[in-house]
Design a protein around this ligand. Structure first.
Ligand SMILES: Cc1cc2nc3c(=O)[nH]c(=O)nc-3n(C[C@H](O)[C@H](O)[C@H](O)COP(=O)(O)OP(=O)(O)OC[C@H]3O[C@@H](n4cnc5c(N)ncnc54)[C@H](O)[C@@H]3O)c2cc1C
Length: 414
């Protein structure tokens, strides 16, 4: 069986950064290649860093840093057009206290900073390296970069494709690759710095440690995302076309003011979403189409090259698990490699077996949630409005979260 010692990771997203740290920790020689010239602090906004993601990162030594950056949710409120609370639940707090990990929000750039630091220190994180070609043979893998003159091809034992939803690695190793699927839903996404200074926003919306959701003309959610007063809001809505098709550009800019104005006109002037948009700096306003990827059922590796994260199972955001699944993949892959003493074939096979159903459940669940949240059908709308308040306070919800977030994590929680 062929063993790997040196590994090149393609893509410095949350998945790539996590796997680089995890493999470094078990003694592999790691190099991470990211095509961006640096991590732009305003690229992206925030996301849910859930107990399973936190436990996985704690397993590779990031427990204290994660605790500092996480803004935990104790309360879950559902509100109506007039910012009145129609349902409230303390179940998230109970769950967090029981397991020692709270559901919460985190700023993407803060998490990136935490994960990149040990790699930069070791000089193994290479920016401005856009991988364009990968060739493997019996003895190793050769990787070539776009800037051929300055960046000579490199040779390694093993490659991990962590290059996101528009993955180049996927196209290189599989002859047939279905494109990612547009969900016919778009998102406006904003970050507000120093929310406490923006007192015009109703305090019900901006309360600390509170996750707020609204369902009506699409779905809206808001929450504190960091411990420094940063505040995230997002609205998702059905659409026929995505606003932009160009790779990661969508994470860095808001490119359709007219669509935003049109969308906002559906809400009464008193609706909180107007205030959220008004308080958001243009630089922190994003707009993009929501995509997912159909699960490959023919394995996630070919010989020496293996995939993780959005490259093999991109999901919609409705259960807040995209980054957490990439983190879990990274930990699971490192555990399999360690278990099989760095023999790639059995390790990759076991990794795929462990991760396939787990990630498929999340991708499917998110799709169904998206359909439920955005349905214009009056019957479904009425069932949803009745069910959600019941759901967030029910034991069924707690049990479902326990099962999905705690029991099925590669790192068992108590
Ligand atoms: C800039 C950015 C901002 C984001 N912001 C948010 C957010 O605010 N909220 C949210 O919920 N999700 C956000 N996401 C998505 C979320 O981080 C991912 O869905 C999830 O974490 C899965 O991560 P991943 O590592 O599999 O892929 P990604 O996070 O998409 O990372 C892929 C990385 O690979 C790099 N890459 C791609 N092709 C190549 C190549 N050929 N050579 C070298 N490098 C390459 C990309 O530049 C990127 O850094 C963002 C993603 C990106 C890239």
């Amino acid at each position: 069986m062929i063993k790997a010692r040196s590994v090149a990771i393609i893509g410095g997203g949350i998945g790539g950064l996590t796997v680089a740290n995890a493999l470094k920790r078990i003694g592999m020689s790691v190099a991470l290649y990211e095509r961006a010239p640096y991590f732009i602090p305003t690229a992206g906004a925030a996301f849910g860093l859930q107990p399973n993601g936190q436990a996985s990162l704690a397993h590779i030594g990031f427990k204290d840093q994660i605790e500092k950056t996480l803004h935990p949710f104790m309360k879950w409120n559902i509100i109506n057009d007039n910012c009145e609370i129609v349902a409230t639940s303390d179940k998230l707090s109970e769950l967090g206290k029981r397991y020692g990990y709270f559901m919460g929000g985190t700023i993407r750039s803060e998490l990136v900073d935490i994960l990149k630091e040990p790699l930069e220190k070791d000089g193994v994180l290479y920016y401005s390296h856009n991988v364009i070609n990968i060739k493997q043979d019996n003895d190793g893998v050769t990787i070539s970069f776009e800037n051929e003159k300055q960046q000579k091809p490199i040779r390694v034992d093993m490659v991990i494709g962590a290059d996101g939803i528009h993955s180049t690695v996927v196209k290189q190793i599989f002859t047939q690759t279905a494109p990612s699927i547009y969900s016919k839903e778009n998102i406006f996404f904003g970050m507000i710095d120093n929310i406490d200074q923006h007192t015009s926003i109703n305090p019900i919306i901006t309360a600390k440690n509170t996750f707020v959701q609204y369902f009506g003309r699409g779905q809206a959610m808001t929450c504190r995302a960091g411990n420094e007063g940063q505040y995230m809001w997002a609205v998702t809505y059905p659409s026929v076309t995505p606003p932009s098709t160009s790779d990661d550009a969508e994470w860095t800019k808001m490119n359709n003011q007219r669509e935003l104005d049109h969308y906002l006109s559906r809400f009464p002037q008193s609706h909180f979403i107007h205030q959220c948009v008004a308080a958001t700096d243009k630089q922190r306003l994003l707009h993009f189409g929501l995509y997912y990827r159909q699960h490959r059922n023919d394995g996630w590796h070919r010989n020496r090259i293996c995939l993780l994260g959005d490259a093999c199972h991109a999901t919609l955001p409705y259960v807040g698990q995209g980054a957490n699944m990439a983190i879990e993949d990274a930990i699971s892959l490192a555990m399999c490699l360690e278990k099989y003493n760095f023999q790639m074939e059995p390790a990759f096979q076991e990794y795929y077996k462990k991760r396939f159903n787990r990630t498929k459940r999340i991708v499917d669940m998110s799709r169904y949630m998206g359909l439920l949240y955005h349905s214009q059908n009056p019957i479904i709308h009425s069932i949803r409005q009745r069910m959600l308040p019941w759901f967030i306070t029910s034991d069924m919800m707690t049990k479902r979260f326990e099962k999905e977030l705690f029991e099925n994590c590669p790192i068992p929680l108590k």
